[in-house]
Ligand binder design. Structure first.
Ligand SMILES: Nc1ncnc2c1ncn2[C@@H]1O[C@H](COP(=O)(O)OP(=O)(O)O)[C@@H](O)[C@H]1O
Ligand SMILES: [Mg+2]
Length: 149
């Protein structure tokens, strides 16, 4: 088992739409700087956007941390969205396509779960919600950075 190393930690407080955009931009820059493909960057920003909007819509405020984690030669972006909002009474239900208690489409959490490689929600009513998501960089894409020089 190779050592897990966290390379960078970026914390973005989420209070309004501008903060959401900042989190998205930082996530994209981080993924780009660490050699994630355009598609992987897109997946990452989509997932960040969904959990950040959920913070605004359901918890009012919270924070998102963005990390790059190295495990041996593998590299992942780790996104953690935390709030101290109302919590989710039934997480399994919230993860179903089309389930929404708000005005949304109910596809945010389910979509993010599908797009990301690892996805976990810990939520307690009256205490808050933490969504943890990982996206591993696919190094079989023949990107120049990893090819023999
Ligand atoms: N951070 C959160 N705090 C409390 N409830 C949440 C949070 N995130 C999601 N939820 C609940 O899960 C439901 C599904 O979320 P999501 O899939 O993003 O769909 P939508 O945002 O369109 O409703 C929301 O309608 C809401 O009830
Ligand atoms: Mg949503």
């Amino acid at each position: 088992m190779s050592l897990t190393r966290t390379l960078t930690k970026t914390r973005v407080a989420i209070h309004n739409d501008v903060d959401v955009v900042v989190a998205i931009q930082k996530g994209r820059m981080l993924a780009q700087a660490h050699g994630f493909s355009t598609n992987e960057q897109y997946i990452t920003v989509t997932a960040i956007s969904e959990v950040a909007h959920n913070i605004i819509n359901y918890a009012r405020c919270g924070e998102i941390t963005l990390d790059i984690v190295e495990q041996g030669k593998r590299c992942a972006i780790l996104i953690v969205a935390t709030d101290a909002g109302p919590g989710i009474p039934d997480v399994q239900q919230a993860l179903k396509d089309g389930y929404s208690t708000g005005a949304g489409l109910g596809l945010g959490l389910s979509g993010a779960r599908r797009l990301m490689d690892e996805f976990e929600i810990v939520s307690e009513v009256g205490k808050g919600t933490t969504v943890t998501m990982w996206k591993w960089r696919n190094d079989n894409n023949n990107r120049a950075k990893n090819s023999r020089s």
